[in-house]
Write a protein that binds this ligand. Sequence first.
Ligand code: NAD
Length: 308
Amino acid sequence: MKKISIVGAGRVGEATAQFIAKEDLCKNLMLIDIREGIPQGVALDIQETAPLLGFDTKVTGHHQAQGVENSDLVIITAGLPRKEGMSRSDVLQTNIKIIDEVVDSIVKYAPNAMVLLVSNPIDTLTYEAFVLSGFDRNRIFGQAGVLDSARMASFIAMETGLSVKDIHAMVLGGHGDSMVPMTRYTTISGISIDNFMDPKTVSDIIERTRNGGAEILSLRKNSSAYDAPGAAITEMVEAIVHDRKRVMPTVAILDGEYGHSQMAMGVPCVLGSKGVERIIELSLNDLEQQMFDESVIAIRRDIDSLRD
Ligand code: NAD
């Protein structure tokens, strides 16, 4: 990929830039932020790790929207993170204005780019960005489930003492509070997790995953998570850059899939050079369907609140 831009050089933007540069996933990596000096400083700091980490990516910063010009992929990490005690929806009214501005600049300066959203509330903002941009749905999508699944896999590894390399967790639905854990598809080397943990332990892990972001926030006090989010975003970018056709939980625009339309939601997708190349429809059991529908209601409420 020639150029990847990250709009929002805050904590998540910076961590993501470092991971992407280290993996040498593009020739030019641009960091953009409205705070003058910050994106340039962050970019220079990361650029100076190149001789140590051995990457050739050129990292630069810009404090104006046209920094996204001619990007192949734009990652949006601009926006207010929630504070302790707040839900992701509490930052919606502020973040929608930021997303409006950023999407406008992408349409103007990088009309052929793919767009990967990260800012919260991710499901609602991804749908709004899709509507505002008029882009095809394969090239506008969001990150949530890769992080939630990684959190769940980490907790399973901590509980069982087994290698994370063999643990595959699958989380669908809305991000965090309204996620839908797919324990049927969560395995250790293909073996169902029920063979390793009793139902109470599994349900505790699900609850901890649901509150994964809040747990970090309550420990760090003045910062939400950024390392694991940065790694999750990079995993998706890697799949796209190398056209891997990986199956990853992705916030995708639904058009009838899972019985829903005109919204974005975490569902398993094939990620490759065209972005979301396919949405995989799983048949849900009664409990999963109930959680999925609850997740839809929560996201729909946020989307509708923007139309009030
Ligand atoms: P942060 O405050 O550290 O950084 C946000 C940055 O956005 C700031 O530097 C700010 O100046 C910049 N910004 C604001 N308006 C802008 C604009 N119009 N153009 C360019 N830059 C602009 O916050 P953070 O911790 O990096 O979190 C960023 C967002 O990512 C939050 O909304 C947070 O909730 C979200 N997040 C999502 C996930 C996920 O899994 N989807 C995980 C972690 C954080």
